[in-house]
Design a protein around this ligand. Structure first.
Ligand code: GLA
Length: 418
């Protein structure tokens, strides 16, 4: 037998043993290979932090540790942000057996130690990979290594995987995502699976049984109303991403969410734009994945990301995404039904200049075929609470008469009046 053949046989044997060990661990924990993904992983939209929007490829273990500390000290963790996710560029090379290694200079302590550090602070740990040969940042992708990578992640203590779609020429998205989904489930470790295929093959139609969230669009960037050409792709502002969510709400619900991409709050937009961005994401029942440097947040950024009353809209247990109810020359009126008979209402001013809003509640037919809820505003009276000003502002017996700032929102919670 040639040396080369012997070497290949030895490698295959090592790999087979590792995979068998993983699979038997999975069986021991009662996980079947093709069980449906657990809805319990994301009964409400996932919340956390991700490195990409602020750090790009310039990420290392020291930053991640400091971010985890800051998530605790700033109160983000206690407000519900639980995942600390490293996006692209954490990878080094694969070793001789094909096992992925973290970048040796940026993550010298290894991923297991880093995950332990994050877990010790009551947080969860997430990583990123790609269905193709290479990630979008040119690092090794998981193609051909799906089961091996899933076992590795489980061994490290990974709780969340974002799975991208670069260099996948010839692959079919549904099959590729199904493969990684099965590989994750086979580990027996609950790992939230977040699909990032940019909405290209309408994942909302097939991904509910595969993962807990799917990106619906290309990448966001920190601009309220812009499209930016980046060569062979485009990055989108907040309003552009929002407009692309039209028609998707019926596909979302507990355990499976539309993902309009991560937050740009604190990454350079004006405070009112950040406030509108965060409100829109809450109305959309979107994952709230902060993308700023949480180690040094301005008081304004902090007060947006930590606004409990708005987080509560996003995280509402009914799990029904809101919708654009009416449009009036750049003014939009959105509704979202909430558990227990409440409603969320958003008036969004797309214009740069402030606008006066008059909205006669009793003249509105607000019915939702999806949740079978009828606000019955003509007959029922609701108390109104302004969630950003944090004050009661009357009830629905009188028409709303208010000023909404440019590129800003009025966000109200309606509660049936006694
Ligand atoms: C794609 C994704 C982004 C980010 C980068 C990393 O563009 O959509 O969210 O993960 O890749 O390279």
């Amino acid at each position: 037998m040639s040396g080369g053949l012997l070497w290949t046989l030895a490698r295959t044997l090592v790999l087979a043993l590792v995979l068998m060990a993983g699979a038997s661990a999975a069986r021991a924990q009662g996980a079947g290979q093709f069980d449906a993904p657990s809805a319990d992983l994301a009964r409400t939209p996932p919340m956390g932090w991700n490195s990409w929007n602020r750090f790009g490829c310039d990420i290392d273990e020291q930053v991640v540790r400091q971010v985890a500390d800051a998530m605790v000290s700033s109160g983000l963790r206690d407000a519900g942000y639980e995942y600390v996710n490293i996006d692209d560029c954490w990878q080094g090379a694969r070793d001789a057996q094909g096992f992925i290694q973290p970048h040796p200079q940026r993550f010298p302590g290894g991923m297991k130690a880093l995950a332990d550090y994050v877990h010790a602070r009551g947080l969860k740990f997430g990583l990123y990979s790609d269905a193709g040969w290479q990630t979008c940042g040119g690092r090794p992708g998981s193609r051909g290594h799906e089961f091996q990578d899933a076992q590795t992640y489980a061994r490290w203590g990974v709780d969340y995987l974002k799975y991208d779609w670069c260099s996948t020429g010839g692959l079919k998205a549904e099959g590729a995502y199904q493969t990684m989904s099965a590989a994750l489930r086979q580990t027996g470790r609950p790992i939230l699976f977040s699909l990032c295929e940019w909405g290209q093959s309408q994942p909302w139609k097939w991904a509910a049984g595969i993962g807990q969230a799917w990106r619906t669009t290309g990448d966001i960037f920190g601009c309220f109303d812009c499209i930016e050409d980046r060569g062979d792709w485009k990055a989108f502002g907040v309003l552009q991403i929002m407009d692309m969510q039209q028609g998707l709400r019926t596909y979302a619900g507990p355990g499976h969410w539309n993902d309009p991409d991560m937050l740009e709050v604190g990454n350079g937009m004006a405070e009112h734009q950040d406030r509108a961005h965060f409100s829109i994401w809450a109305m959309l029942a979107a994952p709230l994945i902060a993308g700023n440097d949480v180690r040094q947040m301005s008081p304004q950024t902090r007060s947006i990301l930590l606004r409990r009353a708005v987080i509560a809209i996003d995280q509402d247990a009914l799990g029904v995404q809101g919708w654009r109810h009416a449009v009036d020359d750049g003014l939009e009126f959105w509704f979202r039904p909430l558990q227990g008979g409440d409603w969320a209402f958003m008036a969004l001013n797309r214009h740069v200049a402030p606008r006066h809003v008059r909205f006669d509640w009793r003249a509105q037919a607000v019915r939702d075929d999806l949740s079978h809820r009828d606000a019955d505003l003509a007959r029922r009276r609701y108390a109104l609470r302004d969630l950003w000003r944090d004050e009661d502002v009357g009830d629905t017996s009188r028409a709303l008469d208010a000023e909404v700032g440019g590129q800003d929102v009025l966000l109200l919670r309606l509660t049936p009046a006694r």
